[in-house]
Design a protein around this ligand. Structure first.
Ligand code: APR
Length: 229
């Protein structure tokens, strides 16, 4: 019996765009309205924690009002199949709300707070005050559990293992601007995987074996149905 193919999926902000959440680099995106160095680095948090916390409070409120779309639902279904690793760069929990299994959040999660002193994580309040104490060590100044620029993404060991063994690698709704995620396609290809990009348009013509163009809510359910049905 041939084993089922090992599939690794990487998702980006384009997956949640049709749920109403802003992407980063499209027109009107987050990095057009905010400077990364002001709101998304450890230095920014040390310099002006209130500004950073407000930025994430706004994004947390937006994510709390959003609902999973058909692409989240299709990937949630796929994540329950054997041999599938679902990685997201997104910090919303829409894949979990759609029933996603064991989603790897390599850039953290808006709905979690993190203690910089003891690394305890706990559910973030809707708005995080600048001196929120850790429930374990009582150190004040909890931060959003978000991986900022200049910090190492989470779960890289699990991700590298999955890429080593992938038969299929799919990058969905990501511009391929930020490493190491942007390099996953090269690792997967070098390990013999078939690579596919699902996006409004190809981000790097020739870099993927296949490109499926169109909005995620129509392309992703069709791609998942081809794999599972
Ligand atoms: N369907 C499919 N793809 C879409 C859709 C849609 N409806 N809308 C937008 N896209 C695509 C865009 O074409 C673009 O390629 O989603 C991608 C969004 O790119 P970015 O805004 O750069 O977001 P992302 O790739 O997730 O950014 C990666 O950068 O700033 C950091 O930590 C942040 O995780 C983020 C990382």
């Amino acid at each position: 019996m041939s084993r089922c193919p090992r599939i690794v999926v990487l998702t980006g902000a384009g997956l949640s765009a049709e749920s109403g959440l802003a992407t980063f680099r499209d027109g009107g995106g987050l990095w057009e309205r905010h400077r990364v160095e002001d709101v998304a680095t450890p230095q920014a948090f040390r310099r002006d924690p209130t500004l950073v916390l407000r930025f994430y409070d706004q994004r947390r409120a937006g994510a709390a009002a959003a609902r999973p779309n058909a692409a989240h639902q299709a990937l949630a279904r796929l994540s329950r199949a054997e041999g599938v690793t679902l990685i997201t760069q997104n910090v919303d929990s829409l894949l979990e709300q759609a029933g996603g299994h064991d989603v790897i959040h390599m850039h953290g999660r808006l709905d979690q707070a993190l203690c910089p002193a003891c690394n305890r994580r706990w559910p973030a309040p809707q708005t995080m005050p600048p001196n929120l104490p850790c429930p374990d060590c009582a150190t004040p100044g909890a931060r959003p559990d978000i991986v900022w620029f200049g910090e190492m993404p989470y779960h890289m060991d699990r991700i590298e293992q999955a890429l080593d063994r992938a038969d299929i690698f799919a990058a969905i709704g990501t511009s391929g601007n930020v490493y190491p995620a942007a390099g996953f396609v090269d690792v997967a290809r070098d390990n013999g995987a078939e690579t596919v990009e699902i996006n409004l348009a190809a981000t790097a013509p020739g870099r993927f074996d296949r490109v499926i163009e169109g909005p995620a809510t129509s392309t992703v359910p069709a791609w998942v149905a081809d794999l599972l049905d």
